[in-house]
Design a protein around this ligand. Structure first.
Ligand SMILES: Cc1cc2nc3c(=O)[nH]c(=O)nc-3n(C[C@H](O)[C@H](O)[C@H](O)COP(=O)(O)OP(=O)(O)OC[C@H]3O[C@@H](n4cnc5c(N)ncnc54)[C@H](O)[C@@H]3O)c2cc1C
Length: 364
């Protein structure tokens, strides 16, 4: 058995054991909706968080291809991975790429051990697609910065130990300049979190208010004022993983294990979905290869997210037709996926915005 196949088998075994013990129920969109710090800690013990990072900061010095195998298997199993997903996927790699050694030593070991839960303070009420319009400010103060502003749709801020924060440190005419990235303690004085409940009644995202919060200077990620370039690179980590393809995998799995009428037309459509999945997986592997080569593959990641969320939506449309049932129970994998689906093509950059990014890059 190759090393990758052995790794795949080990991850499957951990998920199988947790399921057999009744410790989780496979769910669609588990990377956002299924939160269990104990599960994340078990993955950490296997070395499956921060896998590609240096040993110095608790990492495993393995390849992005290894990491892809682990993330694919966790998503296929609908496992409860939300506690470590954001730190492992994008904030950790971004701190490694741009942060000082001091910041790396302070934050990364806690992510890799499953102790730190990171949330993502980017979007604001009038700064989502137009992210450079953020109005949260970070003003120089003795030894650091004072942060004031409001973030919205912040997934898992109510569990988070730390927030990534994009804030304006300089008011310039050019909105893409004067932005800076920080890591903020969620226990700092002046941070408050209010739940936002989605249409399915789930609480996963929040509003976060920063009221004169002091952030030490050592918590700046990278270069002050360079936040725009850094955040656009970070979005490649956010968009370029298999979670943009596999959010509806538990539904597809049910269809594949006999959930479709033996109708030639339907079976052919199911086969087409499976072949699209194979193509998207190979794009994920290409992105992992580019990351191993030290690149931030922004264009491939935007392509994957656009095509992947389209695929996820079509899996659901097909499932509704193929199962022929008029009423979908809300707590079934299909019901849960239908309620989560409107967010797929919005979070991490909406499909329209991704098309516009790709068109601009094509024109360059
Ligand atoms: C489930 C979920 C979880 C999220 N978690 C987080 C999180 O943890 N942290 C965080 O910071 N944010 C998070 N977000 C926010 C997400 O990043 C934003 O919702 C997204 O960037 C869109 O911004 P907006 O909601 O302000 O919509 P808008 O930017 O107002 O867009 C509304 C509509 O207009 C379209 N549109 C906007 N501008 C253009 C344009 N120039 N050309 C064509 N069409 C356009 C968009 O495509 C969209 O259809 C989350 C969102 C969801 C749904």
């Amino acid at each position: 058995m190759t090393e990758l196949a052995e790794l795949r088998r080990e991850v499957r075994e951990v998920c199988r054991r947790w399921r057999a013990d009744g410790r989780y129920r496979p769910r669609p969109d588990a990377w956002l909706r299924s939160y269990d710090p104990a599960f994340s800690k078990e993955l950490a013990e296997h070395g499956w968080i921060g896998m590609t990072w240096p040993e110095r900061v608790g990492g495993g010095e393995r390849s992005n291809m290894d990491r892809l195998v682990v993330t694919e298997e966790l998503l296929r199993a609908g496992a409860p991975v939300a506690a470590h997903w954001i730190g492992d996927r994008q904030i950790g790699p971004s701190i490694l790429r741009h942060g000082t050694a001091e910041l790396q030593d302070e934050i990364l070991p806690g992510i890799a051990s499953g102790e730190h839960v990171l949330c993502l303070g980017m979007s604001e009420p009038e700064a989502g697609s137009d992210l450079a319009a953020v109005r949260t400010t970070a003003q120089r103060a003795d030894g650091g910065f004072r942060v004031n502003g409001r973030k919205i749709w912040t997934s898992h801020a109510h569990h988070a130990t730390h927030s990534y924060l994009l804030a304006r440190t300089d008011k310039t005419e050019k909105k893409h300049e004067g932005l800076t990235e920080f890591v903020v303690d969620m226990t700092a004085e002046g941070v408050s979190v209010t739940p936002i409940v989605d249409m399915a009644g789930s609480h996963h995202f929040n509003e976060v208010v920063f009221d004169d919060v002091f952030v030490p200077a050592r918590r700046v990620i990278g270069v002050e004022g360079n936040g725009w370039r850094q955040v656009t690179e970070q979005l490649a980590y956010e968009r370029g993983g298999p979670e943009r393809v596999l959010s509806t995998y538990p539904v597809l799995e049910q269809l594949l294990s006999g959930g479709v009428d033996q109708d030639d037309g339907l079976l052919a459509e199911l086969g087409e979905l499976v072949s699209r999945l194979a193509t998207l997986r190979s794009l994920c592997a290409q992105i992992a290869g580019a990351l191993d080569a030290g690149e931030a593959p922004m264009r491939a990641a935007a392509t994957l997210k656009y095509l992947g969320t389209d695929f996820e939506r079509e899996v659901l449309e097909f499932a509704r037709r193929a199962t022929g049932s008029g009423v979908v129970p809300p707590d079934s994998p299909l019901g849960e996926a239908i309620m989560a689906a409107p967010g797929f093509s919005i979070r991490g950059g909406s499909s329209e915005v991704l098309l516009s990014i790709l068109a601009k890059q094509e024109a360059q």
